[in-house]
Design a protein around this ligand. Structure first.
Ligand SMILES: C[S@@+](CC[C@H](N)C(=O)[O-])C[C@H]1O[C@@H](n2cnc3c(N)ncnc32)[C@H](O)[C@@H]1O
Length: 270
């Protein structure tokens, strides 16, 4: 069911897109929740789980606890903007940390200002083995023309308030393991050395054709035990883009997407 801020406009082909008013209300809506979270959840080791009423371990809120995640996320915040919520960052961190023990590189498709890329670079550097690299793919000029307004929540040009030089500067100051591939996915996949294998891939591109291209290219290259995580899979505005593309691809595979309570989807390769 659509939440109050999301006015759903049925599209001609039977899909549904979100109306302009929903998009305009997005920023104040999330600002409200950010303020509420900061006042009720900040620094809590255990937090109230809504609507069940029990308290669960929430290390992502407890940034002063001295654990590796809190140290890494403080460095990420100091390095620049972070547009992904802390609970989702924690999932990325714990699965990347686990994957860092495997052979293979890591990758992120959809980098924007480099917040989650920064976290992955620090995680790989701290817990990984030296030859492994973090491959990063984005236009760095915003969503490309391939996004379809009937399906995809963001229009072409969204996320253009970033730049390749800013992300390069941010990541080179943090670690030496990042390799940046600016340009349109999937063309930029050709820059990766033939035969490369991956232990961890974060796909956060928010449009159907790019999610589909990422699945086709990365899934066969994922090592046994490796992880793929899709940001926004379970988020309502992305049900016709990320979720539809992931479900269509994995309908023909033996592994199926595992839904995390954060809205991300996880694939663990057998
Ligand atoms: C939601 S943002 C990524 C957020 C980022 N992971 C973070 O935490 O800040 C989505 C990004 O995907 C990129 N993107 C989407 N489709 C793409 C494509 N076909 N080629 C390259 N970049 C693409 C956009 O440029 C945008 O920066």
């Amino acid at each position: 069911m659509a939440s109050a801020h999301e006015q759903v406009v049925p599209a001609k082909d039977g899909t549904a897109q979100l109306g302009l008013s929903s998009k305009l209300l997005r920023k104040p809506w999330y600002l409200f929740w950010r303020l509420l979270g900061d006042s009720l959840y900040k620094d809590r080791e255990y937090s109230l789980h809504v609507p069940d009423g029990y308290r669960t371990l929430t290390p992502w809120f407890n940034i002063g606890n001295g654990e590796p995640f809190s140290t890494l996320i403080k460095s990420v915040h100091a390095g620049g903007p972070l547009s992904t919520s802390l609970d989702r960052c924690y999932q990325l961190y714990q699965f990347a940390r686990r994957s860092a023990l495997l052979d293979g590189h890591m990758a992120e498709c959809g980098v924007y200002t480099g917040g989650t890329a920064h976290l992955l670079a620090l995680t790989l550097e701290r817990f990984g083995n030296a030859p492994a690299k973090l491959h990063l793919f984005d236009t760095f000029t915003g969503m490309p023309e391939c996004s379809d307004p009937q399906r995809d929540y963001h229009s072409p040009g969204a996320f253009s308030d970033t730049s390749l030089s800013a992300v390069e500067h941010r990541l080179s100051a943090a670690s030496s393991c990042a390799i940046i591939h600016p340009g349109i996915i999937p063309a930029t996949f050709a820059e990766v050395e033939d035969g490369s294998r991956f232990s961890f891939v974060h796909i956060d591109v928010d449009n159907y054709p790019t999610v589909d291209a990422c699945c086709r290219w990365f899934w066969p290259k994922l090592v046994s035990g490796g992880t793929m995580i899709f940001g926004d899979y379970g988020m309502y505005p992305y049900r016709h883009s990320t979720r539809a593309a992931v479900d269509a691809f994995f309908a023909n595979e033996s592994e199926k997407p595992l839904l995390l309570p954060t809205g991300q989807a996880l694939l663990l390769k057998q």
